[in-house]
Design a protein around this ligand. Sequence first.
Ligand code: PEP
Ligand code: MN
Length: 338
Amino acid sequence: MVIVMEKHAPEEKIESVVAELIKRGFDVHRSTGSGQTVLGVVGEVASVDPREFEVMDGVQEAVRVSEPYKLSSRTFKRDNTVVKVNGCSIGGRDVVVMAGPCTIENEKQLFGTAEAVARAGAKVLRGGAYKPRTSPYAFQGMGIDGLKLLQAAGKEFGMATVSEVMEISQIETMMDYVDILQVGARNMQNFNLLAAVGQVRKPILLKRGMAATIQEWLLAAEYIMSGGNYQVILCERGIRTFDTYLRNTLDLAAIPVVQKLSHLPIIVDPSHATGRRDKVMPMARASVAAGADGLLIEVHVEPDKALCDGPQSLYPEQFVELMDELRIIVPAVRRTLS
Ligand code: PEP
Ligand code: MN
């Protein structure tokens, strides 16, 4: 259930509604936008008659939310959520580009790539230190040494950082080194991990599971938000379909669908969506044209020598070219390139 308070309702009135809800055993999540407070009520609300709250002082309306996700839904929060990290805002007017290698391999590779993407205009540096590899024999990531390099490269080139967390025990260490924690496609329904990152106070980049419906994805976001962490960025990275030509099928329509259903920012990862660098640039352009709030792109100084995902990693020159193209597309959709 959502309780919409009257515009500029005084704090005492809001608090007395909150107190009543808590007395009845519900969890209450507050959001305020344009002078109006909305209370998201979660728990066993089925037996409650919303009119009992509608008659309370300062309440404009109380409505049941028909979607199974509540806090991530637009019914709960009408204004877009803007996630702020190191001076960039994700989900506002700016389109934010995140780029870097699939995995951190060594200092030379990371710093070389970081310098190239920063110079071209990327605002967030990506790089995996813990890698979810399909084969146990493939390179599994540098772990904490990789995180240290990522932090140093982010500082050196003035970028925020994003890296994947694979299990709960890694969260604490990652908090010291990384600005955005990524939950990968394979972990989108690892509910214990989702609940654990719901307890931290850092932005979470939540990738769509490769076989997840949009509703399941928003429910995964709900797990994080119900723990009190509202800084969730959704990332469409392609889903599995009957077509096997590319690594995945990029569901671009998910962008306007999510924007209607949810207030959370949505970015696109065209690298994992396609698996081939010649397809990454057109899909990146299309994503921004379709309204994405940002992009997550794999770039490598020497893709031919990459330990992971080389064929889908852009050469630095291609990334420069893509950023030049985005400088034309972004204003055409009334956005700004951050
Ligand atoms: C990645 O970003 O490197 C990654 C493993 O992505 P995904 O979880 O989308 O497969
Ligand atoms: Mn990758």
